[in-house]
Ligand binder design. Structure first.
Ligand code: FE2
Ligand code: FE2
Length: 304
């Protein structure tokens, strides 16, 4: 497709430089407004060094999450598309583009952990162990009652995730207070993802056109939860970092509960998924009987 015409000249894996920490390591690891627990009163009053530690861990967990997600979720489904096993007949060039996406995602996974390693070495702040398994189990759990549709659920996961636009991708590259290696890494990633976004918008149209009425009904039932589970912030890493930083178990519980409250989490999900929901709207997903109400009941307040 057109978005991939200049892949050999533009893709990060083809032409991007390796990003390394520079001489601005005194800058922030991550924009503070994107670290929910950092704004909590108990954390706001903490010494600066401790807040820096929490910021570093937040960056690490995001990079570690990205590295795992790209391979376990994005490549899992995209490889099926590339191999012609997705159940959606696609022209050869579109299957090759899916293979190019797999190459991109593998590279994103590599540089995500590479940046963790380099920042660890430069700052001396070690990354806490990261466990992706609970997130993946929760995400895949959407389809647990429909084992015969496991591949379909995996395709929905990738369509949703690849068409989301998180504030993180938007805000980090522009934030002059954040260290350059982090801003450059996120910018590199966002540039490749723009291509992927275009691809998966086309792919979803093709997928939807293939589905029979009972599968369409199922898809419209599953999608709100797939979106929510894709974007729900994992609190486990914040919890671990707060513990190591010296907060008591009771304070950690309080900070996490109050920083990741349902209302603000859902508000963030609605914003990040606006483009995805618009795609579903264009394809007619919300026109199925009851679909609009299901999105509204799940908390998608912008669906009318
Ligand atoms: Fe990626
Ligand atoms: Fe992607």
């Amino acid at each position: 497709m057109r978005a991939f015409k200049s892949w050999y000249e533009d893709a990060g894996v083809r032409v991007g430089p390796r990003r390394r920490p520079g001489d601005d390591l005194d800058k922030k690891f991550f924009p503070e407004h994107l670290i929910p627990h950092l704004g909590h009163p108990l954390v706001q009053d903490a010494p600066e060094e401790l807040r820096r530690y929490l910021s570093a861990q937040h960056l690490y967990q995001w990079l570690n999450f990205t590295a795992e997600f790209e391979v376990a979720v994005v490549m899992r489904a995209t490889q099926q598309i590339a191999d012609g096993r997705s159940g959606v007949p696609l022209a050869r060039e579109l299957r090759r583009d899916a293979m190019r996406i797999c190459v991109d995602e593998r590279y994103h996974a590599l540089y995500s952990v590479d940046v963790v390693d380099l920042i660890e070495d430069s700052t001396g702040i070690p990354s806490l162990p990261y466990d992706f398994a609970p997130f993946l189990a929760h995400l895949d759990g959407v389809g647990d009652s429909y084992p015969q549709h496991r591949e379909l659920v995996q395709l929905l996961q990738v369509v949703v995730f690849e068409t989301l636009i998180t504030s993180l991708i938007e805000d980090v590259p522009k934030d002059p207070e954040v260290m350059t290696v982090v801003r450059d890494t996120v910018r590199d990633h966002a540039e490749d993802e723009r291509r992927h976004h275009a691809y998966f918008a086309v792919f979803f149209k093709e997928l939807w056109a293939q589905l029979g009425s009972s599968e369409r009904e199922l898809v419209s039932r599953l999608l709100p939860e797939v979106i929510i589970r894709s974007l729900q912030p994992a609190t486990q890493a914040a919890r671990a970092a707060l513990g190591v930083a010296g907060f008591s178990a009771a304070h950690t519980d309080q900070i996490v509960a109050e920083s990741f409250d349902r209302t603000s989490v859902m508000a963030g999900i609605v914003v990040a998924s606006a483009k995805t929901v618009a795609l579903l709207e264009r394809c007619g997903v919300l026109d199925l009987p009851g679909a609009r109400e299901r999105f509204q009941n799940a908390g998608f307040t912008t669906v009318r």
